[in-house]
Design a protein around this ligand. Structure first.
Ligand code: ARG
Ligand code: ASP
Length: 726
C-alpha cells in the first residue's frame, strides 16, 4: 500500500515538474512529445494525431485564423467550421466591422441583427481572409545557420531574414499555399507555418447587438457574463475548392473537417480544450520590464484614455446619433484601458515583481556557478536594468505621442494621412489623382463617424495632458508653440484650429480635394491640424523613435539570452512560447473561482441572469422583447441543461489571450461546446503571469448560440447543415 502511494506521489511530482495543466499555449505539432499524456490524464479521450496530423484530416482542419488581405498572418480572431459547406462561427465582436459595414439607417444590422435566408443573401466582405494551417515545421537550424553569438545584431537580423526568405520560397513553390516563419522564445527558435488562405468570406448571420454585445463595455472583461458574442460566416472557394477572390461563381468551401456540436454542455471540472490564434503575451519579461509597464507606461495610458472615454461618454449619452458614431471607437479605446487596470491589480495581487526578482536572483547565482555559464549569462540582468532605466522616459514620450498625439483626437491622424500628398511634386502628377481618390474614400468613411464638438474637446484635453505630463525636452515643437501662444489654453487653440482647418468637415475637405493642384501643397503647410500632426510625427521620428528602437534592440537581444538561460537553468521544465499569432492548443478545465473574500463564482450563467440585468433604461442591458417572451414561455427546445435552465456562458482555466476570440472550445471528445470570447477581470494579468486560482477564459455556451439561431432568429435551417450530437 505504502509503496504504491509513494510511487504515485513521485509520479505526480514528476508530472508537476514537467507540464503544469491550465497554464500554457502549446504548439500543435509538439503535443505528442510534451502534452498528450498530461491531457489524457486530465480527461482528454482522443490522441495527439486527432488534433494535429499532416497526413489526414484532423481537428486543426476545422479551425481558421481570421486576417486581413495584405497582412493575413496577423490573425485578429479565430473561427471554426461547423458544416461541410463552409459555415464558420466566430464572435460578434470579431465580425463587428463586417456587420457595421453592411449597415445603413434603413438596414441597421448591428441593431436588428442579420440573417441570410438563402445563399444569395449572404454578404461579401472585401479584405477578410480565413487561413487554414496545412502544416508546420521547426526551421530553427536553417534560420540560424551561420549565426554566431558575437555577431552584430543587425548582421544577425539580416542573415535571419535572408534564410527566412529562402525557406518561405521553397515551401510555397509550386503550390497555392502561403508560408510564414516566426520567432519563438524571443528568437531562440523558429517555426514555419504553411497556410491555405481563403479570400471570399461572406456574412451569414449575426444577432442584434442587444444579444451579441449584451452588457457592452460595462460587462466587458467580466465574469459573470451574459453576452451572446457570436456571428456566422461562410467561406467560399473556386469550383476547384481552392482559394479564389470574391466571385459570383464561387461555391461554398468543402472543408477537410468540421466540428461536431455537442448539446451535452459542461460541468465543473470538465476537461476543455481551446484551439486558436493567440496574439501576444510576454510571460518571460524581467522585473524591470514589469516595473516600467505597471508603474509608468500603463498608468499614464490609462489616465489619457480615462479622459477620452469620459468626454466621449458624455456626448454619447446626450445624443443617440453620437452614440452610434462613437460606440465602436469607444469600445476600441475602452477595451485595453480596462484590461490594463485589471492587469496592474492582478500583478500586484500576485506580487509579480517580487516573484520575478526572486527568479532573477536565482538566475544570477546559476549564471555565476561555472566559468562557462558565466561567460554567456552573468551580468545580463544588470545590463538589462540599465537599459530599462534609459528607455523609460523615451517609452513614456512614445506613449504620449501615440495616445495623446496621433490618436488623441482622430482628426490629427486624418490630417497626418495627407502627408504623402503634400510630398508629391510636379513631376509626380500621375500619382496625385490616385492619392486624392484614396484620401477622398478614406475621409468619407472618417466623417461618417465624426462629431465636431466631441473632436474639439478631445483635441484640447489630450494636448493639455501631453504638455502637462512631459518636460519640454519630450514635447514636439508645435505643442510648445501652442502652449506659449495660447498661454496653456488648449481649448482656445482647438476652437481656432477647427475654425481654420480643412479637416473640420467633409464639405471643406472635399472642396480641398476636388480642387487640389500640386501647387497647393503650401496650403496644407498652413493648416493648423496638419502642422500639428506633422510636428508630432517629425519629433517622434527624429527624437524619440531612433533612441527608443536602439535601446529596445539591445533589450531584445538580452531578453533572448535570458530566455535561453532560463530554459537551460530549468531543464526539467517544459516551456511554452509566448503567443505570436500562430496556432496553439490550450487545455484546462471548466471552473468557477473566488474573486475576493467570501465570494464564490459559479462556472456558468443562464438566461435567468439576462432577465435579472434587464433594464430598458440602460443601453447595455436592454433585452429584446422576443428574448423576454422566450424566457417567459420557457421555450428552450433541446438546448436546456440537466436542470432545465437555458445556459449562456461558462468559465474555464484555459490560458488564452487577445486573438483567441472566436476560438472553438472543445470537450474531451473533441466536440464543440462553446466559443471563447473573453477573460475574467481578476485574471487578465495572464498575459504576463498566469495563476490557475483566478485566471479564467470566458466562453459562450454553444447551446445558447443554437437557441438564438433557432428560436430567436427563426433561422433554424442553418442548423440543418450542422452535425449536432445529443
Ligand atoms: N474583451 C474582449 C476582447 O478583448 C471583447 C472586446 C469587445 N467588446 C467590447 N465590449 N468592447 O476582445
Ligand atoms: N477578447 C479577446 C479577443 O478578442 C480575448 C481575450 O483577450 O481573452 O481575442
Amino acid at each position: 500500500m505504502r509503496k504504491i502511494s509513494l510511487l504515485l506521489l513521485s509520479a505526480l511530482l514528476l508530472i508537476g515538474s514537467t507540464v503544469k495543466a491550465d497554464e500554457g499555449m502549446w504548439i500543435p505539432m509538439l503535443l505528442k512529445k510534451y502534452n498528450i499524456e498530461d491531457m489524457q490524464k486530465a480527461g482528454f479521450k482522443l490522441t495527439a494525431e486527432d488534433i494535429y496530423d499532416i497526413n489526414q484530416a484532423c481537428l486543426k482542419d476545422a479551425v481558421v485564423g481570421l486576417g486581413r488581405e495584405g497582412r493575413p498572418f496577423r490573425h485578429f480572431c479565430t473561427g471554426e467550421l461547423v458544416s461541410d459547406q463552409g459555415l464558420m462561427i466566430t464572435n460578434h465582436h470579431c465580425g463587428y466591422g463586417a456587420i457595421q459595414s453592411h449597415s445603413t439607417l434603413e438596414h441597421d444590422y448591428l441593431k436588428d441583427g442579420f440573417w441570410a435566408m438563402s445563399r444569395e443573401e449572404e454578404l461579401a466582405n472585401e479584405g477578410i481572409t480565413a487561413s487554414f494551417l496545412i502544416r508546420m515545421a521547426d526551421v530553427t537550424t536553417k534560420v540560424l545557420d551561420g549565426v554566431t553569438d558575437d555577431m552584430k545584431e543587425s548582421d544577425r537580423q539580416k542573415l535571419i531574414k535572408k534564410h527566412i526568405k529562402t525557406i518561405v520560397e521553397e515551401a510555397e513553390k509550386d503550390t497555392h499555399y502561403r508560408a510564414s516563419v516566426k520567432a519563438y522564445f524571443n528568437g531562440n527558435q523558429y517555426f514555419m507555418a504553411v497556410y491555405e488562405i481563403f479570400k471570399d468570406v461572406r456574412l451569414v448571420g449575426a444577432p442584434p447587438s442587444a444579444i451579441g454585445k449584451f452588457g457592452g463595455d460595462t460587462d466587458n472583461w467580466m465574469w459573470p457574463r451574459h453576452t451572446g458574442d457570436f456571428s456566422m460566416f461562410r467561406i467560399y472557394a473556386g469550383k476547384d475548392n481552392k482559394p479564389a477572390s470574391y466571385s459570383n461563381d464561387n461555391v461554398p468551401l468543402q472543408p477537410k473537417q468540421s466540428f461536431k456540436i455537442s448539446l451535452k454542455g459542461v460541468n465543473q471540472d470538465d476537461f476543455t480544450m481551446v484551439f486558436g490564434y493567440p496574439g501576444t503575451t510576454t510571460e518571460y519579461l524581467t522585473s524591470y520590464a514589469l516595473k516600467m509597464m505597471t508603474e509608468v507606461d500603463n498608468p499614464h495610458k490609462i489616465k489619457i484614455r480615462t479622459k477620452k472615454l469620459d468626454l466621449m461618454r458624455a456626448d454619447m449619452d446626450a445624443s443617440p446619433m453620437v452614440r452610434i458614431q462613437y460606440s465602436a471607437k469607444y469600445a476600441g479605446v475602452a477595451n485595453s484601458w480596462k484590461r490594463w487596470q485589471g492587469e496592474i491589480k492582478g500583478l500586484n495581487r500576485l506580487n509579480a515583481i517580487e516573484k520575478k526578482e526572486a527568479l532573477e536572483k536565482r538566475f544570477e547565482e546559476w549564471a555565476n556557478s561555472t566559468p562557462e555559464l558565466k561567460k554567456k549569462y552573468a551580468g545580463i540582468l544588470a545590463k538589462m536594468k540599465t537599459y530599462y532605466d534609459q528607455v523609460t522616459p523615451l517609452s513614456l514620450a512614445r506613449d504620449y505621442a501615440i495616445e495623446a498625439g496621433f490618436r488623441g483626437a482622430e482628426t490629427v491622424g486624418l490630417a497626418g494621412s495627407f502627408k504623402t500628398l503634400s510630398n508629391l511634386k510636379k513631376e509626380d502628377t500621375d500619382k496625385v489623382q490616385p492619392e486624392l481618390d484614396k484620401l477622398k474614400k478614406e475621409s468619407a468613411k472618417f466623417f461618417k463617424n465624426f462629431n465636431l464638438p466631441t473632436e474639439k474637446k478631445l483635441l484640447a484635453a489630450t494636448l493639455k495632458m501631453y504638455s502637462d505630463n512631459l518636460s519640454d525636452e519630450f514635447l514636439p515643437e508645435e505643442i510648445k508653440n501652442i502652449k506659449k501662444k495660447y498661454k496653456g489654453d488648449f481649448e482656445m487653440f482647438a476652437e481656432k484650429a477647427f475654425a481654420k482647418s480643412i479637416f473640420a468637415s467633409q464639405t471643406k475637405l472635399d472642396q480641398f480635394i476636388d480642387n487640389y493642384k500640386v501647387s497647393q501643397a503650401k496650403k496644407l503647410g498652413k493648416d493648423p491640424l496638419f502642422v500639428l500632426s506633422n510636428s508630432i510625427s517629425f519629433f517622434y521620428g527624429s527624437k524619440i523613435a531612433p533612441d527608443y528602437n536602439k535601446i529596445m534592440d539591445q533589450i531584445d537581444k538580452l531578453q533572448r539570452t535570458y530566455m535561453a538561460g532560463l530554459m537551460k537553468m530549468q531543464p526539467e521544465k517544459v516551456f511554452y512560447p509566448d503567443a505570436n499569432s500562430t496556432f496553439r492548443v490550450h487545455y484546462g478545465k471548466v471552473s468557477g473561482y473566488k474573486p475576493r473574500n467570501a465570494v464564490t463564482y459559479a462556472h456558468y450563467t443562464t438566461l435567468e441572469g439576462i432577465i435579472e440585468k434587464d433594464n430598458p433604461e440602460i443601453f447595455d442591458y436592454d433585452v429584446p422583447q422576443k428574448l423576454r417572451d422566450l424566457y417567459d414561455s420557457k421555450d428552450f427546445g433541446d438546448y436546456v441543461n440537466a436542470k432545465g435552465e437555458m445556459p449562456v456562458c461558462f468559465a474555464a482555466t484555459n490560458h488564452t489571450t487577445g486573438g483567441n476570440s472566436g476560438s472553438p472550445v472543445l470537450n474531451a471528445n473533441g466536440e464543440l461546446i462553446g466559443l471563447n470570447f473573453d477573460r475574467a477581470w481578476e485574471g487578465v494579468m495572464s498575459d504576463l503571469m498566469y495563476d490557475p486560482e483566478i485566471c479564467r477564459n470566458v466562453s459562450l455556451d454553444i447551446r445558447y448560440v443554437l437557441f438564438i439561431v433557432d428560436k430567436f432568429a427563426g433561422a433554424g435551417y442553418l442548423l440543418d447543415e450542422m452535425n449536432i450530437v445529443k
